[in-house]
Design a protein around this ligand. Structure first.
Ligand code: FMN
Length: 266
């Protein structure tokens, strides 16, 4: 029996419009970590750049060009979702915090993303689970993350479904970075003391990477996908008349979940 597809989220088009209207699309990502004693949970937050609703990042023409000339090609347009994506370096702390069991400081996949989209006058808070993909060696963690993401996908066309691959999707996200940003994935370990020389001679700052399968850079490159469970919009576009809504994904037994909208006092 196949799992039912999730319903389209009622907030998605509005958030997307606000992101398109806004001059920037960075957000604050909050994760939960353990402190050094492993006894206390502590919050951790940092700014990241939104990379579109998975699996459809807005592709730069140079990314399409690189995918075509290097023989990867593009995945057929078969899926859409309400899941938000960004990219990161596996060596950064947030990855260990999100991936259960992968590091000393892991605490769980629950995250919160906060956007202040000033041009639209709205704050958006997205609470959900984050999943990390892109480990080229595969393994159970990669498989489990893909399965969780799959649960949030909707099929928009059967045409070419058999040709769609996870590997090409991660490569597409990698291609959508400039060569210098691709090179940042083979810089010395982020967050390590500069006084400690990297052991690996391939790790140097400021490298440009044209090859979409550069092994040192791809070893560290990851795509993070957030599957929302609760979304809140605070509308401050008219300060005399603020407004606030939440949408909560309510699981309905075996049925696909449904989004429940509630207007709140701001
Ligand atoms: C404007 C801006 C955009 C950023 N975009 C990202 C991003 O997309 N992904 C990322 O991992 N870090 C990004 N960073 C860096 C993070 O804020 C942070 O310094 C880094 O990820 C290390 O955080 P961590 O050790 O808590 O994982 C960005 C920083 C700024 C200021």
């Amino acid at each position: 029996m196949t799992t039912p597809e999730p319903p389209k989220a009622p907030w998605k088009d509005l958030l997307n419009d606000h992101l398109c209207q806004n001059s920037s699309s960075e957000f604050t990502l909050a994760t939960v970590a353990y402190d050094a004693t492993k006894k206390r949970h502590v919050p951790r937050a940092r700014v990241c750049g939104f990379r579109g609703f998975f699996p459809n990042p807005q592709l730069h023409p140079s990314a399409v060009d690189a995918l075509k000339t290097q023989g990867d090609g593009l995945n057929p347009d078969v899926y859409e979702s309400d899941m938000l994506s960004f990219t990161t370096d596996v060596r950064m702390e947030k990855v260990g915090q999100i991936q259960p069991g992968s590091s000393e400081s892991d605490a769980g996949s629950e995250v919160e993303m906060v956007f202040w989209l000033k041009d639209a006058g709205s704050q958006w808070r997205i609470k959900g689970d984050a999943f990390v993909i892109g480990d080229q060696d595969g393994g159970s963690e990669e498989d489990e993350a893909r399965e969780e993401i799959q649960r949030g996908l909707r099929v928009c066309s059967e045409d070419g479904r058999g040709r769609w691959t996870w590997e090409r999707q991660v490569t597409t996200y990698f291609a959508n970075h400039t060569p210098i940003l691709r090179g940042s994935f083979k810089s010395p370990s982020p967050g390590r003391a500069k006084s400690q020389d990297p052991q690996d001679p391939s790790l140097k700052p400021g490298q440009k990477v044209e090859d979409l399968h550069d092994s040192a850079a791809r070893k560290n490159f990851r795509v993070v996908v957030v599957r929302p469970e609760e979304v809140e919009r605070l509308d401050l576009s008219d300060y005399k008349n603020p407004a606030r809504w939440t949408w909560t994904l309510v699981e309905d037994g075996k049925q696909p979940g449904r989004w429940e909208e509630v207007e709140l006092w701001p």
